[in-house]
Design a protein around this ligand. Structure first.
Ligand SMILES: [Zn+2]
Length: 74
């Protein structure tokens, strides 16, 4: 009985992590970590804060350049 519950819990956790991975893939962050983020903005060369690099894995632009980029590409 306990085993059954354990298996169900495991399965639920699997589904949740699958869903999170899928979400990350759709957002374009597949396999990216903070280490993939640029230390300096690709555009203006400003240092990108560690918090932003961690929050947006794989980011290449600073906040202001990213905002400008999104404005022009929409
Ligand atoms: Zn910039």
């Amino acid at each position: 009985m306990t085993d059954e519950i354990d298996r169900a819990t495991e399965r639920t956790e699997e589904l949740i992590s699958d869903a999170l991975a899928e979400q990350a893939r759709r957002a374009g962050f597949a396999g990216k970590t903070a280490a993939d983020s640029a230390e300096y903005c690709d555009d203006c060369g400003d240092a990108i804060p560690a918090a932003r690099r961690a929050a947006v894995p794989g980011c290449l632009l600073c906040v202001s350049c990213q905002a400008a980029h999104e404005r022009t590409h929409r």
